[in-house]
Write a protein that binds this ligand. Structure first.
Ligand code: DQA
Length: 144
């Protein structure tokens, strides 16, 4: 059974109350419940982690080497700043899908640079909570 680690970055614990016009009304635990239900249907095992700390995310990625076949990450604001998270993904060589609820390319200039996209298999952004579900389907069904 394929094992998939899902990482939610900073401020995503506030989903539902945080800028709902951009990120929607759904909260993180509802998204996580839907991901768990989907995982059963797809026949994959998932673990879900949320962290507001860059170093903790780096360590979670390192630890994933012992467990995960695939990584799904919404690095949130660290997308646009973190060489450390980029290097961790490149270092562990676990195929990774980058996820964003919003379309980062249609927003402020500072969001239009992703340090994560070049080390990802692909990126899914702009579909709200569906971005996560599409990423899980891809992580479950991709050959590699
Ligand atoms: C986000 C987009 C980022 O620019 C932002 O900092 C976030 C959320 C998204 O899911 O749309 O926190 O990653």
């Amino acid at each position: 059974m394929r094992k998939i680690l899902i990482i939610h970055g900073p401020n995503l614990n506030l989903l539902g109350q945080r800028e709902p016009n951009i990120y929607g009304n759904v909260n993180l635990s509802e998204i996580n419940d839907n991901l768990q239900a989907m995982a059963k249907t797809l026949g994959v095992e998932i673990k879900i982690v949320q962290s507001n700390h860059e170093g903790e995310i780096v360590e979670t990625i390192h630890q994933a080497m012992n467990w995960a076949d695939y990584l799904i990450i919404n690095p949130a604001a660290y997308t646009h700043t973190s060489v450390a998270i980029r290097d961790a993904i490149a270092g562990v060589k676990i195929p990774t899908i980058e996820v964003h609820l919003s379309n980062i390319y249609s927003r402020e200039d500072f969001r239009q640079k992703s340090f994560i996209a070049p080390v990802s298999v692909g990126s899914i952004n702009g579909f709200g909570e569906l971005s996560y579900y599409l990423a899980l389907e891809a992580a479950a069904k991709m050959k590699q």
